[in-house]
Design a protein around this ligand. Structure first.
Ligand SMILES: CC(C)(COP(=O)(O)OP(=O)(O)OC[C@H]1O[C@@H](n2cnc3c(N)ncnc32)[C@H](O)[C@@H]1OP(=O)(O)O)[C@@H](O)C(=O)NCCC(=O)NCCS
Length: 246
């Protein structure tokens, strides 16, 4: 069997690699699920799913990039597909996502999207990453916001997907790298960032872990040991003062 060409990325819990023939049954099941496909054009027959699968796999050969199959390291199961996606006529350089329903709510989409956005900026040389989202797709919107994207504009996909006006979320390479360096800084120092805004859902969990609030120098900045970094709380779309768990 020929293998789809392309790189393999690895995160703490996931392997991301080009779709291979053995992923097809899981892809077909994903595509048949009404709720999962609600904002992806609706549930598909297995023959339509087959064509979708081959389009994504084939783009690796034709364009040299495409969405990755996401594999759960612990089990080897196919979790979903996400990553760079820019068919002809697309409104920009997108990182898209879709996970099988049983894998929602574990942080896998955020983890995988981070790796593929790095890939899009570092390896593909993109200067902007967008996410085309139907306005009422709340989970997708929340994911974009967690990644630091903001609502940039509205656009339509090319026909035959042009029936809905989509929100285009996104960020520039510079914005992404600014946030990433902060996240690395926080991780390498062995702590984690939490929001002190009333809206942050991690607030109580982190308070229980003994948060020490650090001095901040104005909204959207975090300072520690003389370092000062641009700050956006990864938990929230809005810039906020943050805290530090040493
Ligand atoms: C959009 C989609 C990928 C979002 O999935 P998701 O599970 O909400 O996103 P993540 O995988 O990043 O998980 C985040 C959630 O996991 C929770 N979580 C649990 N364990 C976690 C961990 N170890 N690390 C991080 N987050 C964790 C987070 O708190 C968050 O839940 P919350 O929103 O209740 O706070 C998913 O809903 C989907 O595939 N939808 C169908 C396809 C679709 O619509 N695609 C987009 C078209 S634009």
């Amino acid at each position: 069997m020929l293998r789809t060409p392309g790189p393999t990325l690895e995160t703490d819990r996931l392997v991301l690699r080009p779709p291979q023939a053995e992923d097809l049954p899981a892809w077909v099941a994903f595509s048949a699920d009404e709720e999962t496909m609600r904002y992806l054009g609706g549930a598909q027959s297995s023959s339509a799913a087959w064509r979708g699968f081959c389009t994504v796999a084939g783009a690796w050969s034709v364009r040299g990039f495409s969405m990755f199959s996401v594999i759960e390291k612990a089990t080897g199961r196919w979790v979903g597909r996400l990553g760079p996606w820019m068919p002809e006529g697309w409104p920009g350089t997108e990182v898209g996502w879709g996970l099988a329903r049983e894998f929602w709510g574990r942080g896998y989409a955020t983890e995988g999207a981070r790796a593929t956005i790095d890939y899009a900026f570092d390896a593909l040389g993109w200067t902007e990453v967008i996410h085309c989202i139907e306005p009422d797709n709340a989970l997708s919107r929340a994911l974009a916001a967690r990644l630091g994207a903001t609502l940039l504009r509205q656009a339509r996909l090319p026909a035959p997907f042009d029936h809905v006006l989509l929100d285009v979320w996104g960020q520039s390479r510079e914005q992404w790298r600014g946030r990433r360096s902060l996240l690395r800084y926080l991780r390498e120092a062995g702590g984690h960032c939490v929001g002190l805004n009333a809206g942050c859902r991690r607030r109580e969990r982190c308070a229980g872990a003994g948060i020490r609030r650090i001095p901040t120098s104005g909204e959207g900045r975090i300072a520690r040991d003389g370092d000062e970094l641009p700050m956006r709380n990864p938990c929230l779309p809005a810039p906020s003062v943050s805290a530090w768990v040493p």
